[in-house]
Every structure is written in structure tokens, then in C-alpha cells.
Design a protein around this ligand. Structure first.
Ligand SMILES: Nc1ncnc2c1ncn2[C@@H]1O[C@H](COP(=O)(O)OP(=O)(O)OP(=O)(O)O)[C@@H](O)[C@H]1O
Ligand SMILES: [Mg+2]
Length: 196
């Protein structure tokens, strides 16, 4: 992993590059990351059509304990899922947003966005999506570059690139100490398990 130290806005940044050789491995990477999430994380996914954003998110959902198989929310912009039960300390978190409190009391929420059809970043406010980003759930955003100015500086950015039919390059860029720590733990866990 490359540590870029302090970037211009004073936030630490960590970068990790992984080549995936199969759908199953991309999903496994997502699953390993999903296991580490506790809520209030922002994951921004970027990459061309068919790069593997939804495939990665399927694994992520599994790792978060979501029982359904998830698919792309392209036509709805957002799909919501309930994951594993939260610990008592998470549930009593005073920051728990009204959305999570109402819909997924006691469960870790996954909010899966796909902004492919978004015309203007401001639509995110018009649709009330800013509430989700302030909630205690995990927000995963496909086509995040469609609303670049909307995102806070602290986040985990994941860029997926097609190398060929079965190979994908995944570039993880963590900004902010919490996300740097998350990425370090993720890397440790991946290398502790078998790769392929
Ligand atoms: N190593 C790999 N990792 C992920 N997907 C792969 C890989 N190799 C082949 N694929 C195929 O690439 C496609 C990825 O589709 P997926 O829907 O995940 O992409 P996406 O980035 O979400 O696209 P979209 O922009 O349309 O939402 C699938 O058909 C999958 O089978
Ligand atoms: Mg997709």
C-alpha cells in the first residue's frame, strides 16, 4: 500500500491497487470490505459500464449480512437493504439518523445508489438523498463521479477498470484517518486469506 501522507486539504490518504482475475474474486473483495463496515461509511464507486461496480457491491452486501442478492438500482437511483444486527452501542448512538431509526431499527443499513441516470448533482438534494448520507447506514454510490462536488472529502473511493474480459483493476483511495484505517485492515484481511 502506498501512503501519500498529508494531501493538500490536510487529510491523510492511502492507496491500494488490486487486480481481480474473476467475478468471484471481485465479490470476495467486496465481502471482505463489507465485514469491516459498521455504518456511516461512504464508498464511492467509479468505472465504465461493466467494470464490476455492482459485482463488487454484491459481495459487500454479503459481507454486511444482507440476505438478498442485490442488483443494480439503475432505474430507481437507490435501493435499500438491511444487513446484520448492530451492537447495542451502535443502536444507542445519538447520531442515529431518522431514516435508519424508522426503517432498519437495530440493523445495519445498506443504501445502494446508482447515479448513471442523474442529470444534475443538485437532484440529490431535490430527492432528499442528503439525509441518507447523513444517516448511520453504509452508502455505496455507483457512478459517483456524476456528483463529484457533492461528496465530503472523507470517503473511500474505489475505481474499477476493465483490463480484459475477466480481469479488473481495483484502485482503492481512502481519504481521512478513519478510511485509511479501514483500508489498512481490509488489506491485512485480504492477504490473510487465499487470493486468486
Ligand atoms: N473480474 C471481474 N470482476 C467483476 N466483473 C467481472 C469480472 N470478470 C468479468 N466480469 C463481468 O463483468 C460484468 C460486470 O458487471 P457489473 O454489473 O458488476 O458492472 P457495473 O460496473 O456495475 O456496470 P454498470 O455501469 O452497468 O452498472 C459482469 O457481466 C461480470 O460477469
Ligand atoms: Mg452497476
Amino acid at each position: 500500500m502506498q501512503n501519500n501522507g498529508i494531501v493538500s486539504d490536510q487529510l491523510p490518504e492511502e492507496v491500494l491497487e488490486i487486480i481481480s482475475q474473476s467475478v468471484a474474486y471481485t465479490q470476495r473483495l467486496g465481502k471482505q470490505l463489507g465485514k469491516l463496515l459498521h455504518g456511516k461509511e461512504l464508498l464511492l464507486l467509479d468505472g465504465n459500464l461493466g467494470a464490476g461496480k455492482t459485482t463488487f457491491t454484491q459481495g459487500l452486501a454479503q459481507g454486511m449480512g444482507v440476505a438478498q442478492v442485490i442488483n443494480s438500482p439503475t432505474f430507481t437511483l437507490l435501493k435499500e437493504y438491511a444487513g446484520r444486527s448492530l451492537s447495542p452501542s451502535d443502536v444507542s448512538d445519538p447520531q442515529l439518523g431518522p431514516i435508519a431509526r424508522k426503517r432498519f431499527a437495530g440493523r445495519l443499513a445498506l443504501y445502494h445508489f446508482d447515479l448513471y441516470r442523474l442529470d444534475e448533482p443538485d437532484e440529490l438534494f431535490d430527492l432528499g438523498f442528503d439525509d441518507y448520507f447523513a444517516s448511520s447506514g453504509v452508502c455505496v454510490v455507483e457512478w459517483a463521479d456524476k456528483a463529484e462536488a457533492f461528496w465530503p472529502p472523507e470517503r473511500l473511493y474505489i475505481r474499477l477498470q476493465l483490463i480484459d474480459e475477466v480481469q479488473r483493476r481495483l484502485l482503492f483511495i481512502a481519504t481521512g484517518s478513519r478510511y485509511c484505517e479501514l483500508l489498512r485492515q481490509f488489506q491485512k484481511n485480504i492477504y490473510a486469506t487465499t487470493s486468486s
